[in-house]
Design a binder for this molecule. Structure first.
Ligand code: ADP
Length: 386
């Protein structure tokens, strides 16, 4: 390989926090980013050479990226696979991961079917197109269950727990579109594995425990507080998931460890993932650097963990959309080894992901305890006049 100036340019569809952290990882590799996002001055705009303002599925916007970049990638699943494929051909700009992978994962039903066919263990599920379908499916699967919109859900939006037969009508109405229903998994804990496909290389990062509340990720813990046998099986399932994915890049693979000790696949995102943010401080190669190495065809970095590491998300704690002003950051900065990642979003709303804090430490238990104290001090200044 050769290093050149200006460097290799990667066009990224999406300029949110993932794009921002990609940009932070790009510079040392001599890689430059151009990003597209519908919001002007998106989080990644401060670390990218340029931002094209346009929708994630707007072909003209993607073409502008293709014309300015050597490689195309995306940090959001809403990127349009057909547009990416056409632009990639027209502008002779390779796109990674492959748009076919996006086609598989954008529909949760297609995704689960495809992975089940590949022998990956998944919870029992059924397609649902009407309230009557849902009732029939639940006669078989039993209550409670999780109803999921097939497309467009994130951070638990688009998921509705169905506790009792009386909830069937209202749950289906709330989804209002093609859906799938899944048995409610009785899990001991949730795990995630960042996997990576490079040029002829397959790697997995150390398994991470993810702690969700109200279906939103709050904490990551690596190593997870589970047995080495469970960790090994989780990594093995992740490798099976990767065998279905096409194209280079990192993949966030979400798993359940059930109370019976089984590993079940939940979902995969073909991009850097919240469960892997801790790798910035916690591993020798971060998931963001790894993604850029993979997309541009460079050798992958080692996925070794440096030390036990936990992270906590900073979520909006206000009741309405308003300018983002975070108070209490001193406690993060004064805590030894604690790293702040602020995403630069102009506005905050309830449970919006605004940043995260990572603490590499001696033990994950110590890190988690300190993180709890630090995060408790963080609060958004409400501009509410009520
Ligand atoms: P999203 O795509 O919005 O992230 P997921 O399908 O990953 O949604 O679900 C978000 C969270 O909801 C999971 O991390 C888990 O905590 C919970 N969840 C999802 N599916 C199930 C299930 N079948 N049983 C129990 N909990 C579930």
């Amino acid at each position: 390989m050769q290093l050149t100036s200006p460097g290799t340019t990667v066009g990224v569809v999406g300029g949110g926090q993932l794009g921002r952290m990609l940009g932070e990882a790009a510079a040392p590799l001599g890689i430059e980013l151009v990003v597209s996002d519908p919001t002007p001055a998106a989080p990644a705009s401060v670390v990218a050479r340029e931002q094209v303002v346009g929708a994630f599925d707007d072909e003209a916007t993607i073409r502008e990226l293709g014309e300015r970049a050597d490689y195309l990638t995306f940090e959001i699943e809403l990127a349009d696979p057909d547009a990416l494929e056409r632009v990639s051909e027209e502008t002779a700009t390779p796109v990674h991961p492959h748009p076919d992978t996006l086609r598989i994962i954008q529909d949760k039903l297609v995704q689960k079917r495809r992975l089940r066919e590949a022998g990956v263990p998944v919870p029992a599920f059924r397609p649902v197109d009407s309230a009557a379908d849902l009732r029939d499916a639940l006669d078989e699967l039993g209550y409670p269950a999780m109803l999921k919109a097939r497309e467009g859900g994130y951070d638990g939006r688009g998921n509705i727990p169905v506790e009792r037969p009386e909830d069937v009508e209202s749950a289906f109405e709330a989804i209002d579109g093609p859906a799938m229903v899944e048995e409610f998994v009785d899990f001991e804990r949730e795990l995630a594995v960042m996997g990576c496909l490079g040029e002829g290389e397959v790697e997995t990062f150390p398994v991470t425990e993810t702690v969700h509340e109200a279906e939103i990720l709050r904490r990551t813990v690596s190593p997870p507080r589970t047995s080495s046998d469970v960790r090994e099986r989780a990594s093995a399932v992740a490798l099976d998931v990767l065998s279905v994915m096409e194209g280079r890049g990192v993949y966030g693979i979400e798993l359940f460890e059930t109370t019976a000790g089984e590993i079940l696949f939940n979902e995969v995102a073909p991009r850097p993932h919240n469960s892997g943010h801790w790798t910035i401080e916690g591993c020798y190669t971060s998931q963001f650097e790894q993604h850029l190495r993979a997309v541009t065809g460079l050798p992958l970095g080692t996925t070794e963990r440096r030390c036990p590491t936990a992270s906590a998300n900073i979520l909006g704690d206000v009741d309405r959309r308003q300018p983002a002003r975070l108070k209490g950051v001193e406690s993060v900065l004064e805590t030894k080894r604690c790293a702040l990642h602020w995403y630069g979003k102009r506005e905050v709303y309830h449970l919006r992901k605004m940043g995260h804090v990572t603490l590499p430490g001696e033990t994950v238990e110590d890190s988690l305890e300190t993180l709890d104290d630090v995060v408790e001090d963080l609060t958004f200044v409400s501009t509410s006049t009520e």
